[in-house]
Design a binder for this molecule. Structure first.
Ligand SMILES: [Zn+2]
Ligand SMILES: [Zn+2]
Length: 396
């Protein structure tokens, strides 16, 4: 008997149990002892990668991909791919790993559904958006190579990865994008090049013939618009502050304060709405369906906010949103923290709470005089502590 075969069958037998039980230690042991290919199949023609994706287990998916697991292989009777299973699991990070590894988002199963359609079918909206917003790194890397008569590329090579990451983001709330850019200083420092490349990507999407992706084109235009606005704020700030660290902070804060400032009624974000409507108006491809849909939504009798129109355009129509909670600052879904004082608003973290405090402080004092609800203190951000800490910052 071939010892290799024996070893393989042992790994093949045990790895599916380890995945089923999500036993990562055992899973690693099996992989460590097994040499060679890791495209194991179970009795139904499902691969180990597909099982790990279905479990939504990011670590296991990563380990299998690191070992060269074939992301598009499988003999499942209904032609499900690893990406279909990842989409069903609802774990967007798993889907992202699979897409990065070359999973084809357009592959359909035997009933003609793509992975994103399966995710939508089971209500995994974030996963739908992750798959629909995906683009391979090579699309961005193209601009880091000298083209035609250029003497230097449109995009310096070191900006390829940050820009790719920025474009893949699913939360398109302008404050979230500004916060993301704050953590990718290189993009902000090269804002003019970055916004130019985003416009080039937009143009490229609109001139692909039959493969034109109007939604992605609009997304590029939108991102370019945000980057430019932050750049403009930075330019205006230039002569004043001498402390570099402070200045970085200021840009996002100025931007957030402008957009989050409530209008006359005390809650509608009129400035944000105007800012975003201008972005739609500046979209250069006015003949396309996407543009017409956005304009007709914005000019309808009881129009939704420009933010929700843009979000629907880029991330697709969604149902059942009433039950989901959002960060009051950046619109991130299911934020982890609450204002500890009033417990009536939620935030991603202290940074988001800080940026919103100038709006929330009045309401907070009102709300917190009402009887407090019980909740997990670990998840709360202490508003009184924060207000002291921020006295100087928010006083202006
Ligand atoms: Zn937030
Ligand atoms: Zn509060």
């Amino acid at each position: 008997m071939d010892p290799n075969n024996d070893e393989k069958s042992l790994a093949e037998k045990n790895i599916f149990d380890a995945i089923a039980q999500e036993d990562l230690t055992e899973f690693k042991n099996i992989l460590a002892q097994h040499k060679g290919k890791v495209d194991f199949f179970d009795e139904n023609g499902m691969t180990a990668l597909q099982h790990a994706a279905y479990k939504g287990n990011k670590d296991m998916v990563q380990l299998l991909l690191d070992r060269g697991a074939d992301v598009n292989c499988g003999r499942h009777e209904y032609n499900y791919t690893a990406l279909h299973f990842g989409a069903l699991s609802g774990n967007s990070e798993v889907c992202k790993l699979l897409l990065d590894a070359g999973a084809k988002p357009t592959t359909t199963n035997s009933v003609g559904r793509s992975a994103a359609q399966m995710a939508a079918f089971v209500g995994n909206h974030h996963t739908v958006a992750t798959i629909n917003n995906f683009l391979p790194r090579s699309e961005i890397a193209y601009y880091s190579i000298v083209q035609g008569t250029q003497t230097e590329p449109s995009l310096p090579a070191f900006l390829v990865d940050p820009l790719h990451k920025f474009v893949l983001g699913v939360n398109i709330h302008p404050v979230r994008l500004a916060l993301n850019l704050q953590h990718m200083q290189s993009l902000l420092e090269n804002a003019e090049k970055v916004s130019k490349v985003l416009e080039l990507l937009c143009k490229k999407e609109m001139t692909r013939g039959g493969d034109t992706n109007e939604v992605m084109a609009f997304k590029y235009h939108y991102l370019s618009y945000i980057v430019r606005e932050l750049h403009n704020i930075k330019e205006k700030q230039k002569p004043s502050s001498s402390d570099k660290e402070d200045k970085k902070h200021d840009i996002v804060e100025i931007f957030a304060k402008k957009l989050l400032k409530p209008g006359k009624d005390g809650y509608s974000l009129d400035l944000m709405d105007t800012f975003l409507k201008d972005c739609v108006r500046e979209f250069p491809y006015r003949e396309c369906t996407t543009f017409h849909q956005m304009v007709s939504a914005l000019t309808s009798k009881d129009p939704p906010t420009a933010l929700s129109v843009i979000n629907c355009t880029i991330n697709g129509q969604r149902g059942f949103v009433d039950t989901v909670s959002y960060c009051s600052t950046c619109g991130e879904e299911k934020p982890a923290k609450k204002c500890s004082k009033c417990k009536s608003v939620q935030y991603c973290d202290r940074e988001c709470q800080r940026l919103h405090w100038f709006v929330h402080k009045k309401a907070c004092n009102r709300e917190s005089s009402a009887p407090a609800q019980t909740s997990n203190s670990k998840l709360n951000i202490d508003a009184s502590e924060l207000s002291a800490e921020l006295q100087n910052l928010v006083a202006g």
